[in-house]
Ligand binder design. Structure first.
Ligand code: HEC
Length: 200
């Protein structure tokens, strides 16, 4: 069909005046303005981008990393508070609980289920550090109270999850009791030492 006959068929007089001269391989277009919502969204995007770039590039806005660190510091505070409120426990409380609950065996189960994926069965270390040596990254003293604190709050920036949100206080105590039996045993095939030497 020729262009002429097409025009005659589908275009009224007003439409003919709006038709652009150019012919794109047989396709012709009307010269309508863009919808105003589209134009304003476009202009708004440019204005927003201008202020956004000024703020984040030149006016000292916190970087994504700063914001992440601020938020992680807040999370850490909340966790430490939760650890304190969970009562933590004294070493005495722990000792009597372990004695009456077969804690180490239960702890081995908890450990194999939740911790061995990173610390390897027997605590030999893999993604997480070797727990059978005498070197520690996050504790100054290797006692149940200190270990409980690490396991409860985690060290998420270094890949150790916060177990206070996942496991019960008893399960964490049990896992800690098992870990306490591993320290200084220097089991064969363990990962190389990390952290400070703490002999106790
Ligand atoms: C997703 C991997 C992962 C899992 C699962 C995991 N850990 Fe860890 N753990 C780590 C890493 C990584 C570190 C070292 C953190 C650091 O470098 O500060 C660590 C550190 C520790 C430490 C402190 C060691 C030190 O030298 O300071 C203890 C204790 C510990 N984990 C116990 C546990 C227990 C108990 C569980 C199970 C309830 C567990 N972890 C599960 C990755 C894991």
């Amino acid at each position: 069909m020729s262009q002429e006959s097409n025009e005659n068929k589908i275009l009224n007089e007003q439409e003919k005046t709006l038709l652009l001269d150019h012919n794109y391989d047989g396709i012709q277009e009307f010269d309508f303005p863009l919808p105003s919502w589209w134009v304003w969204t476009f202009v708004g995007g440019i204005v927003f981008a201008f202020f956004y770039i000024m703020y984040y590039q030149f006016l000292g806005a916190p970087s994504l990393k700063d914001e992440y660190n601020q938020e992680m510091a807040m999370v850490k505070q909340i966790r430490e508070k939760a650890a304190a409120e969970s009562g933590g426990f004294s070493n005495d409380e722990y000792n009597s609980w372990i004695a009456s609950n077969d804690g180490v065996n239960k702890g081995r189960e908890v450990f194999n289920e939740n911790c061995a994926s990173c610390h390897k069965e027997g605590g030999l270390g893999d993604i997480g550090p070797n727990l059978t040596d005498s070197y520690w990254i996050n504790v100054k003293q290797v006692n149940p109270e200190a270990l409980y604190h690490v396991v409860f709050t985690g060290v998420e920036e270094n890949g150790m999850p916060a177990w206070g949100e996942v496991l019960s206080k008893e399960d964490i105590m049990a896992a800690v009791s098992y870990v306490s039996t591993l320290k200084n045993t220097n089991a064969a095939g363990g990962k190389e030492p990390q952290g400070e030497l703490i002999q106790e």
